[in-house]
Structures are given as structure tokens and as C-alpha cells.
Design a protein around this ligand. Structure first.
Ligand SMILES: [Fe+2]
Length: 154
């Protein structure tokens, strides 16, 4: 059935491209944060283990929101971890970083998510796609708040 939500095919496709990039960064950061939750060591173990769990739980929920926005725009979401990792600039680590490096890597990751969201806001605004602008704005807000909390922990 054809869809008409007031956006052209090209506008929907362009918003979806921006959402795919945000999904990729969010997935890569989710996976990194969950791995750090498992592997963090040191005197701050308890607080970092718990903080990383709060963060990966929030990122996991965000993946669902972003992927379902892609579906609502009439496109399929990336169907595998490999496809999402290919869309991300955030790359896995070699080995296990120490706790301070973990915090720094995650702060940089949230900054990358914020940049992807803000690029997406520009694209979605140009498309007249206010719903995607709203989602991207929420993602940038949370990413920047989380980056602050991480930076404040170093
Ligand atoms: Fe756990």
C-alpha cells in the first residue's frame, strides 16, 4: 500500500540514510559499553560497572527507537550487528583498556553519537521531517549529557 505522510520518497530516503548512520554509531557504542561493563577493573569497579550498565541499557532502548523510525519511514532497518558496525565510525578496541581509557573512549563515543544526530537534524529539517528531528534532538541531548558525566568521572 502506498504511503503518504507528507514526505516525498526522496525525503524519506534521505532521512533514513541519516538514521542508519545514527543507528550504527549507537550500536557500536552500545557494544563497547556493555563490554566495558563486563571487563572494567580497579578501585572504582563498583561505580563504573553500574554506570556502564545504566548507559548500555539506555543505548539498547535507543536502538529500538531509531530502527523503528526507519521502518515508519517505509524502509527496512539494518538486520545484523555486522551491518550496523559497518555504518559506525566508532570501532572496537584491541584488547581491554584500563578504566580511565574506558571512560575516555566512551566520552568520545557519545560525542560521535551527538555529531551523527546533529548531522541528522540538518538533513531531517531540510526534509520537513519533524518527527525525525525530534528523535535526533533527543539522542543528541542524552549523548551530550552522558559525555559530560563521563568526562566528570576522569
Ligand atoms: Fe551485568
Amino acid at each position: 500500500m502506498p504511503m503518504d505522510i507528507g514526505l516525498t520518497d526522496a525525503q524519506r530516503e534521505s532521512s533514513v540514510e541519516a538514521l542508519r548512520k545514527l543507528l550504527g554509531e549507537t550500536y557500536a557504542l552500545y557494544a563497547k559499553t556493555h563490554g566495558y561493563h563486563w571487563n572494567v577493573t580497579g578501585p572504582s569497579f563498583n561505580s563504573l560497572h553500574a554506570m556502564f550498565m545504566t548507559q548500555y541499557t539506555e543505548l539498547w532502548a535507543a536502538l529500538d527507537e531509531i530502527a523503528e523510525r526507519i521502518r515508519a519511514l517505509g524502509h527496512f532497518a539494518p538486520g545484523s550487528p555486522g551491518e550496523m558496525m559497518d555504518l559506525a565510525t566508532i570501532k572496537p578496541d584491541n584488547g581491554i583498556p584500563d578504566a580511565q581509557d574506558m571512560i575516555g573512549n566512551l566520552a568520545k563515543g557519545h560525542e560521535a553519537v551527538s555529531r551523527a544526530a546533529k548531522e541528522g537534524i540538518k538533513v531531517a529539517e531540510a526534509n520537513g521531517d519533524a518527527v525525525t528531528v525530534d528523535l535526533m534532538t533527543q539522542r543528541a541531548t542524552i549523548a551530550e549529557k552522558t559525555a559530560w558525566m563521563l568526562r566528570a568521572s576522569i
